[in-house]
Design a protein around this ligand. Structure first.
Ligand code: FE2
Ligand code: FE2
Length: 271
């Protein structure tokens, strides 16, 4: 694989630029910005669907907290530990806000449902996130970076949202998540920069293998979650598999510092 000599820093502007290029290529009919305002869930059925969508959101964040809390003492890297301590605090706050909104919307305590969903993440991911640093990095890629194509589509095409959740997301979640993504890029780049050319080849192979395992493990969850998102918030999901796969290739090419075309064929979300 040939290294690219100059590449831009990973920023939220670069993310939009990459995603919009993918839209032009794979789904030019989808919007580049939100055109319709979303509305709160109205009927009993809409509130119930929205509740399950929020429970899934809280479980995603709480699973991140649980994994990072286990790993923070396992990897003796003070810079990484400082980053993880922030991620634990942020994603814990996101899970807590989402839990409270789910409670307000449904009138019931969502903790048992959230716990059940967090357990599902542990069941399908197995020991990958806590096996070694490669597995943990693959977990971070899947839970923070590979999902970005889905987040873009949600933010542009969803029809139902809760105003309080939307406000918290805009003020807190969106900026926090950008910090998380940049922190993961930074951790990997520090590790990669210190490696010799021969070690770099090994690191690339190890990361790809762990990331592919993560994709195979996550596929049934992702497909179910997208159906729930369509039902609960009316997001456009027809083009999501192709956009998800293409976005993931872009992220991995950036991480591994190779042109996208030089990556091997990867596991698809449809596999
Ligand atoms: Fe989060
Ligand atoms: Fe996060």
């Amino acid at each position: 694989m040939t290294a690219i000599l100059t590449r831009p820093a990973w920023t939220t502007d670069l993310e939009v630029e990459i995603f919009d290029k993918l839209l032009d290529q794979y789904a030019p009919h989808l919007p580049k910005a939100r055109s319709l305002a979303s509305r709160p869930p109205a009927t009993l059925e809409e509130r119930e669907n929205f509740y399950h969508f929020r429970v899934a959101g809280a479980a995603h964040d709480l699973f991140i907290v649980q994994v990072c809390a286990k790993v923070i003492g396992m990897l003796p890297d003070a810079e990484l530990q400082l980053f993880l301590s922030r991620q634990i605090g942020d994603d814990g706050a996101h899970a807590e806000n989402t839990r409270l909104r789910a409670q307000a919307i449904s009138g019931r305590n969502p903790i048992p449902d959230i716990q059940k969903q967090v357990q599902k993440h542990w069941d399908y991911m197995g020991d990958l996130p806590i096996r070694n640093w490669q597995g943990f990095l693959a977990f971070e890629l899947h839970y923070e970076l590979h999902i970005v194509a889905t987040l873009f589509l949600n933010s542009r095409t969803s029809k139902i949202n809760d105003p309080d959740s939307a406000k918290f997301a805009a003020e807190r979640i969106v900026p926090d998540e950008a910090v998380h993504r940049l922190g993961i890029v930074d951790w990997w780049q520090r590790k990669f920069a210190q490696a010799s050319p021969a070690e770099k080849e090994d690191l690339i192979a190890q990361l790809l293998e762990a990331d592919e395992e993560g994709q195979r493990r996550r596929n049934p969850y992702l497909r179910d979650h997208w159906l729930l998102s369509q039902k609960a918030i009316g997001v456009e999901i027809d083009d999501l598999p192709v956009l998800y796969d293409a976005w993931r290739r872009q992220v991995l090419a950036y991480f591994l510092d190779v042109p996208v075309a030089h990556l091997p064929q990867l596991v698809s979300v449809n596999d």
